[in-house]
Design a binder for this molecule. Structure first.
Ligand SMILES: O=C(CO)[C@@H](O)[C@H](O)COP(=O)(O)O
Ligand SMILES: [Fe+2]
Length: 214
């Protein structure tokens, strides 16, 4: 299982210490949640902060953009050092073009999908992308409860990927802990995001290891 701790639940007054903790853990990616106060009812941080994070992180950056018009920011996200850029299917009018732009900028391409959006919205793009980010909470905040319908949706998504011959992997994001992570492992998720479970743990390294071993 690939593990991407979300920095959203970290202590922002001690970001360097938090990132160094992740550097020395078994995490595979560092998940960065960018929110614009328009696509979601919350605001996080922008390019200078992501750049500063990247300067400290030895993990590849998995940037989850919860913003409208993400196509405007492809080169800035690349210049921040992102390895994987994920945009929401609900935020892209010309989804195919955005995917091409991210690919041309040299990053891996992810498409995120909200809990209420049918996976059928991915049918005509699934062969062009590296990752689907299946939201298991409504985007905007850390610390929410896992939406159980995600499991049924994951089954349908894995079938769509297999039937279309796509190489896309599935990352699940929101409300993930040892219990929900265990269920997602059974349902063949490839990558898990965990924010509050990791950063609220008294032993974040152990929390990451527990998810990694699922
Ligand atoms: O994208 C988001 C929230 O919109 C996530 O990446 C959260 O940051 C995950 O936090 P937890 O649910 O694991 O606390
Ligand atoms: Fe996220």
């Amino acid at each position: 299982m690939l593990i991407a701790p979300s920095l959203l639940s970290a202590d922002f007054g001690n970001l360097q210490r938090e990132i160094e903790m992740l550097n020395s853990s078994e995490a595979d990616y560092l998940h960065i949640d960018v929110m614009d106060g328009v696509f979601v009812p919350n605001i996080t941080f922008g390019f200078p902060v992501i750049k500063a994070i990247n300067a400290i992180s030895t993990l590849p950056l998995d940037v989850h953009l919860m913003i409208v018009e993400p196509q405007k920011y492809v080169s800035q996200i690349r210049d921040c050092g992102a390895s994987l850029m994920t945009v929401h299917v609900e935020a892209c009018v010309h989804l195919y073009r955005v995917v091409q732009m991210i690919r041309q900028a040299g990053m891996k391409v992810g498409i995120a999908i909200n809990p209420g959006t049918p996976i059928e919205h991915l049918v005509d793009i699934i062969n062009e992308i590296d990752l689907v980010l299946l939201m298991s909470v409504n985007p905007g905040f850390g610390g929410q409860s896992f939406i159980k319908n995600t499991l049924a949706k994951l089954v349908r998504l894995k079938k769509l990927i297999a039937d279309s011959g796509s190489n896309a992997i599935v990352e699940v994001d929101g409300g993930i802990n040892a219990h929900t992570g265990g269920l997602l492992a059974q349902y063949e998720a490839d990558m898990l995001v965990a924010g509050s479970y990791v950063f609220n743990s008294p032993a974040p390294h152990h929390a990451i290891r527990a998810l990694k071993a699922l």
